[in-house]
Design a protein around this ligand. Structure first.
Ligand code: GDP
Ligand code: GDP
Length: 453
């Protein structure tokens, strides 16, 4: 049996990984005696964890540092919570609320040998609202016969129950994989960076980047000048648009109109890359009076590969006549077919036309970029979809999709757990359907597949 929790409370960590800053947090919730502590010890394994109190929280919740497949994360155990029998449902609801506020992934443990109780239902009711991934664990499935009990937990509305035996370790490694896949790259505190949203204004030479930033930054310049003794050009421009401030990153060069004699394109492309990296959303400027070129496509690809939200702005709209307009529509259909999801806006940096619409498009794209679909909703949707259009069979056997989780936002990334390989065509189908159902306007999304028997 695993060692009782808390035995080595003040042990020092022997974790050999480097980590800087806060780690993602996995909260394990559930009513008493379902096996939370046993499961947490499974997560921690032999490696006794550093134990620390979560600041500002009672001793009822203790976080342990865990390491799995080279990734460090915190496991928040709520096992010490022993509510009075009368207020059990309310207590567990509070526990779930707390987990939703603080954790990156929530694991709800249910005792499948007992079945669904009112307390479990109370927890599930709260967790169905979670914008963080929730993994439903059917514990005490000690053998094959227990699987039937686990199926009953579908009724909690949290998607497919993942059956394990915390006591014997059955399925616990796979569960950890699932948890890890659901963890975001960065813990949630780091996502909430304050200040204006960061925008990269990019595009090939002569599309009008300088003209646009100079138009946008007009108001800002006076602000900068009013700061006593400021002579240094800021690298970024803070621009007021649509009643909000936006940080256009690395625009000093654009505003100064520096022209380098040689290797211009190479440096321009490095600068574009750096700006995109630093930004949350990129505005790719295209010249409406010219054919959409290879070079334009390369900039768009850079944004997609960096996983940033994308707004396509057709500049020089003032020059358009009817013929060119019709031609451009055809080019858009042909050359921008891969990014039909991108937000598009027509502007003129020269006259100012449409420039005020930019803010709305930036907001749309950022909202899509940050969309998190609740796990239950996601799985309900995918289940119906797969029933209607199952993945095609390969070599006589059709793969079964077991579970889908949104592992990340900014941009949204999905992991599909399947019993077999899914054809690229079917993956594209899933992506298309996810977009049809949940939107994701203005953002690339990623759908990857994990094969599990
Ligand atoms: P918690 O306090 O609610 O987190 O639950 P515990 O971890 O203390 O477990 C409660 C009881 O259930 C203990 O007696 C465990 O040994 C037992 N238990 C935990 N997991 C399993 C399991 O997978 N199978 C069986 N049969 N018993 C389990
Ligand atoms: P950059 O190289 O992307 O920074 O492009 P510039 O801002 O230097 O603009 C290139 C040329 O296009 C300049 O001659 C601008 O005056 C012109 N230009 C920029 N925006 C517009 C526009 O909206 N309409 C028209 N007609 N010309 C524009």
């Amino acid at each position: 049996d695993p060692a009782p929790i808390g035995a080595d409370e003040h042990a020092t960590g022997q974790d050999d990984t480097e980590h800087t800053g806060p780690m993602p947090v996995v909260a394990v919730v559930g009513r008493p005696n379902v096996g939370k502590s046993t499961l947490v010890n499974r997560f921690l394994g032999r490696r006794a964890a550093v134990v620390q109190d979560v600041p500002g929280v009672t001793r009822d919740r203790i976080s342990y540092q865990a390491l799995w497949n080279g990734r460090s994360f915190m496991v928040m155990d709520t096992g010490g919570w022993e509510p009075k029998a009368s207020g059990m449902a309310a207590s567990i609801a509070r526990q779930a609320e707390y987990a939703m506020k603080t954790a990156d992934v929530i694991v709800l443990v249910v005792d499948s040998s007992v079945g669904v109780t009112d307390t479990d239902l109370a927890a599930a009711r709260v967790l169905r609202r979670s914008d963080r991934p929730v993994i439903l664990v059917a514990n005490k499935v000690d053998d094959e016969r227990g699987e039937a009990n686990a199926a009953e937990l579908w009724s909690l509305g949290l998607g497919e129950p993942f059956s394990v035996s915390a006591l014997h370790g059955r399925g616990s490694g796979d569960l950890l994989d699932l948890v890890l896949d659901a963890l975001p790259e960065a813990p949630r505190e780091q996502e909430e960076t304050g200040g204006p949203r960061r925008v990269a204004l990019v595009g090939r030479p002569n599309v009008g980047k300088s003209s646009l930033i100079n138009r946008l930054a007009k108001e800002e310049r006076s602000v900068v000048d009013s700061v006593a003794g400021t002579t240094v050009d800021p690298v970024d421009s803070i621009v007021s648009l649509g009643g909000e401030e936006w940080r256009f990153v690395d625009t000093a060069g654009l505003r100064r109109r520096v022209t380098t004699a040689s290797g211009t394109e190479y440096y321009a492309s490095l600068r574009t890359e750096a700006a995109i990296e630093a930004a949350e959303v990129a505005v790719v400027l295209l010249a409406a009076d010219e054919v959409i070129s290879e070079q334009d496509q390369r900039v768009i690809t850079q944004v997609i590969e960096a996983g940033r939200a994308l707004v396509i702005a057709f500049n020089k709209w003032d020059t358009l006549d009817e013929d060119r307009h019709a031609q451009l529509e055809r080019e858009i259909d042909r050359d921008l077919a891969r990014i039909t999801w991108a937000s598009r806006v027509n502007i003129s940096a020269a006259t100012g036309r449409g420039v005020n619409k930019l803010a709305g498009h930036l907001k749309t794209a950022l909202a899509g970029w940050e969309t998190r679909v609740p796990t239950a909703e996601l799985n309900t949707f995918i289940r119906a979809l797969v029933q209607e259009t199952p993945p095609p069979a390969r070599g006589g056997r059709a793969p079964k999709i077991k579970y889908v989780t949104q592992a990340d936002i900014r941009p949204p990334r999905f992991v599909v757990f399947s019993t077999g390989f899914l054809e690229p065509g079917y993956r594209r189908f899933l992506e298309r359907k996810l977009r049809e159902r949940f939107g994701f306007a203005g953002t690339p999304i990623d759908v990857s597949v994990k094969v599990r028997e």
